[in-house]
Design a protein around this ligand. Structure first.
Ligand code: ZN
Length: 347
């Protein structure tokens, strides 16, 4: 038996790709960037990898690629360091994805024999595209129906393609408590996402996962000031088999682990973040080992895995972390998880 370890998804884009983005000469460097990323992943000793999201505009906007029924005036997300990101808003129906995640997966799988996980965006995040004032001839219930169908299709195509895991990014979960401290919006988000997950069989749901974090962009967060403990009790109601939880950057990890222990369910795998992606200093394998051993006091070893706190560059233009640092951190996660395995599983 081994401890599972998986990345979240994104890796900083290659320099050529970043230059390509600014000069609109993006496509020609893509394949090279994906191959380079996969090669670097292979060198870390990873068993399950991603394409580093080299071709995604961001973890949330990829389905909007090429859509013409959008306006750049949607919800604004403020980060602690003062910068912000703004979501687009839908101007007319029907809502269909411009791009499905399987396109990235298929391309990446043709370049390596390793197992791949694929990140997709949540129905709850995309539900924010619908304007508060509504759209004439396209009522909200019709939008939600289209949204659920599209999100189901996005996941199902990845499973059919042979993804080892399909992880839904749910970074707006913790953020929702900032917008609505009563928890009403959070409950609505969870119900919406479960309407997608409930369309899959129990066997398929073992391959489905959810990632939560307080946001990660330009080494800053949007909801770290919201208490994790207010968020965790609801989180485990999500009907998926795998939870990828930011933890390394939490000031009081044991308090969070106690809550995870209290609310997690018997059929759920908990991947704890052992790498702080916003901190430039590189963890040692021993540091990672100790974080896993700490977590094993609260989470049964057969339900415990490790991950990074978040992707290393969820938005394509984020240059705050170098690729070198990202892969050194991933290597520490792999080696530290192996060290912990020796302590936890062999004795
Ligand atoms: Zn994240």
């Amino acid at each position: 038996m081994t401890l599972f370890t998986e990345p979240i998804g994104s890796i900083p884009r290659t320099n050529k790709l970043l230059e390509g983005i600014s000069t609109n000469n993006f496509e020609s460097f893509l394949d090279e960037a994906i191959i380079e990323t996969i090669n670097e992943f292979e060198k870390t000793g990873s068993i399950i990898i991603t394409d580093g999201e080299q071709s995604k505009s961001s973890f949330v906007t990829y389905p909007l690629t090429g859509l013409t029924n959008l306006h750049n005036s949607g919800m604004r997300i403020d980060f602690a360091d003062g910068h912000h990101r703004q979501l687009p808003i839908l101007t007319s129906g029907p809502f269909k994805f411009g791009k499905y995640a399987v396109e990235y997966l298929k391309n990446a799988m043709s370049k390596s024999k390793l197992k791949f996980k694929q990140a997709v965006i949540s129905a709850s995040a995309l539900s924010l595209l619908y304007p508060p004032d509504g759209i004439a001839d396209y009522p909200k219930n019709e939008f939600i129906e289209d949204l659920l169908n599209e999100c189901e299709k996005d996941i199902r195509l990845c499973l059919e393609q042979g993804a080892e895991k399909v992880q839904t990014d749910f970074t707006e979960g913790r953020l929702s408590l900032k917008l609505d401290p009563s928890g009403g919006v959070l409950q609505h988000f969870i119900d919406l996402n479960n309407q997608v997950f409930n369309r899959f069989s129990e066997f398929e749901r073992k391959k489905l996962g959810i990632h939560v974090c307080p946001g990660g962009d330009h080494d800053s967060t949007h909801s770290a000031d919201i208490d994790y403990l207010d968020f965790l009790p609801k989180l485990f109601d999500l009907n998926v088999g795998n939870f990828y939880l930011q933890l390394a950057s939490e000031p009081d990890r044991e308090k969070v682990l106690e809550a995870i222990q209290k609310y997690m369910k018997p059929n759920q795998m908990i991947f704890i973040g052992v790498i702080d992606v916003l901190n430039p200093s590189i963890e040692s394998a021993e540091q990672v080992r100790d974080r896993v051993i700490e977590a094993a006091k609260y989470i049964p070893v057969n339900q415990l895995g490790t991950t990074d706190d978040c992707g290393f560059a969820p938005f394509c233009d984020d240059r705050s972390t170098s690729r070198e640092t990202a892969f050194a951190k991933i290597k520490a996660r792999i080696e530290g998880t192996k060290l912990a395995e020796k302590v936890l599983l062999l004795h």
